[in-house]
Design a protein around this ligand. Structure first.
Ligand code: ADP
Ligand code: ADP
Length: 233
């Protein structure tokens, strides 16, 4: 069953020169799928993520989550939709330096004014699962890059989003920490049936996914499924 449908999406940036960043792109993502999108710089990956995360709108075409069309939501509904349905993991972690690890993780729930009890329960489950219990009271500058990315993943998971969007999550990590983060994402995907869409340059990262879509000049030119992955990487 698909959780996300991208239908015939085109994005044109108007400026001195018109730039067609995405050209009639269509694909679906199944619930519980771990999908990678790979492509060279300038191929349209950020544009696509910005459309999926509703930061920007397509020039034409539609993006549909379950039955929701974000294009039809007003600002308040959109903010609520994003907080509820989407979890974000970034290349540079995006943790707030003044807050402790614990405060960073529960921030999405704080913003939603969830009861403290709910926050504490979810925090303790995630901290255990992501091996963060010993660093909860540290600040981001006192932890390693791998730990910081695990904190960011905990923050993305705490409101139990329908889809996790990861933008180059291993981009700033060495190979050991990358592997750890990828194994973690993979585990969350399998055990929690979490849907993950990951944009990456890293073939090793892509090798953890069920499916890889290759994009170039705003169009998909190849697609590889887990079963035939070995032939390619
Ligand atoms: P990637 O993330 O794969 O590097 P982008 O989505 O950033 O690719 O860019 C795709 C194309 O769209 C590039 O040609 C880029 O220069 C252009 N582009 C991206 N964002 C903008 C923007 N805000 N205004 C104008 N052109 C843009
Ligand atoms: P990434 O490292 O994810 O590929 P990019 O360097 O392609 O990121 O883009 C970073 C940001 O700059 C994106 O939000 C993208 O939309 C914007 N951007 C990229 N190209 C242009 C451009 N030609 N004009 C304006 N903004 C751009």
């Amino acid at each position: 069953m698909s959780i996300l449908k991208v239908q015939d999406v085109t994005k044109v940036y108007e400026g001195k020169v018109t730039n067609r960043a995405l050209n009639q792109l269509s694909f679906e993502v199944d619930k519980g799928e771990f999908l990678a999108i790979m492509g060279p710089s300038g191929s349209g990956k950020s544009t696509l993520l910005n459309l999926i995360t509703t930061i920007d709108r397509p020039t034409s075409g539609e993006i549909i989550f379950n039955d929701i069309k974000p294009q039809n939501l007003n600002r308040t509904e959109l903010a609520y939709f994003r907080r509820r349905e989407l979890g974000f993991v970034f290349q540079d972690f995006n943790l707030l330096p003044m807050l402790t690890v614990e405060e960073n993780i529960v921030l999405p729930l704080t913003l939603d004014q969830k009861p403290v009890k709910v926050m504490e329960e979810r925090l303790s489950v995630l901290a255990e699962r992501l091996d963060l219990t010993t660093i909860l009271h540290k600040r981001p500058n006192e932890i390693s890059g791998g730990q910081a990315q695990r904190v960011a993943i905990a923050r993305a998971l705490i409101h139990e989003p329908a889809i996790i969007l990861a933008d180059e999550p291993t981009g700033n990590l060495d190979s050991n920490n990358s592997r750890e983060v990828l194994e973690l994402l993979s585990k969350i995907n399998k055990e929690k049936q979490a849907t993950i869409i990951m944009v990456t340059h890293d073939p090793i990262a892509a090798s953890f996914c069920d499916r890889v879509l290759f994009i170039k000049d705003g169009e998909f030119f190849n697609e590889i499924h887990r079963d035939d992955r070995r032939q390619t990487f």
